[in-house]
Write a protein that binds this ligand. Sequence first.
Ligand SMILES: Nc1ncnc2c1ncn2[C@@H]1O[C@H](COP(=O)(O)OP(=O)(O)OP(=O)(O)O)[C@@H](O)[C@H]1O
Ligand SMILES: [Mg+2]
Length: 248
Amino acid sequence: MSSLERLPRQRPAHPPGEPVVQLHGLSKNYGAQQVLAALDFTLHKGEFVALVGPSGTGKTTLLRIIAGLERASHGQAQIAAQSAVVFQDPRLILAQRVWKNVVLQAWRQPDARQRAERALAEVGLGSKADAWPASLSGGEAQRVGIARALYREPDLLLLDEPFSALDAFTRRKVQDLVVDLWQQHRPGVLLVTHDIEEAVLLADRVLVLGAGEVRADIPVALPRTRDTTSREFNVIKRQVLEHLGRAQ
Ligand SMILES: Nc1ncnc2c1ncn2[C@@H]1O[C@H](COP(=O)(O)OP(=O)(O)OP(=O)(O)O)[C@@H](O)[C@H]1O
Ligand SMILES: [Mg+2]
């Protein structure tokens, strides 16, 4: 299958919506270690941004601060009220059936089951509502994690290396699924990844983080569907790699 065939269909371009993340002078220290240094960054609803950077440079810390799971040391962060996070490991509760893993604490709400089924159907798991997590494949488990995020109808979707534990084929399918869902629901997306090709394939902008600072903010002005073998694609990929090399 060529890279063109596997990419999602082109949709009309949407103008960016309101800001869903606004960071001003955001810093984070752990004791004497400064992890993030005076970051300024804005992400709009409908925008897809990839965040790359060497290991230990503060990507997960930044995502956790944006998700409200961690406090910044200094600076301001204005974040959309409705956000959802998907981690590398979907962190399913083994003692709960799939649909309860989607709704979490909201399972007593009268429409919870129905909404969970709808979210599961969107990720291609309509028949798995009553399955136990242990019976799922890695790709299915990660799709439950995505359904859990969808259930919250987020304006902001935060993804921390969500595809990295998947085999190459499943990874492509789940990448395509995320792009399709993004194009349907238009949240702002912030995707942390170590895979430069994935960043250029999926995002409108690639941010390169180095030592807690934004070292580059590279637009990917390529129409979707993107051809990973095209000259333009590889020019941008090289640009990202060069900045990443300097960020080490
Ligand atoms: N709770 C914590 N307490 C102390 N130090 C921490 C804590 N969380 C993260 N750190 C440190 O902050 C730095 C950045 O960590 P972070 O997990 O954000 O990096 P990362 O860019 O996501 O790396 P990777 O690509 O390996 O996932 C690391 O040096 C890490 O050890
Ligand atoms: Mg990380």
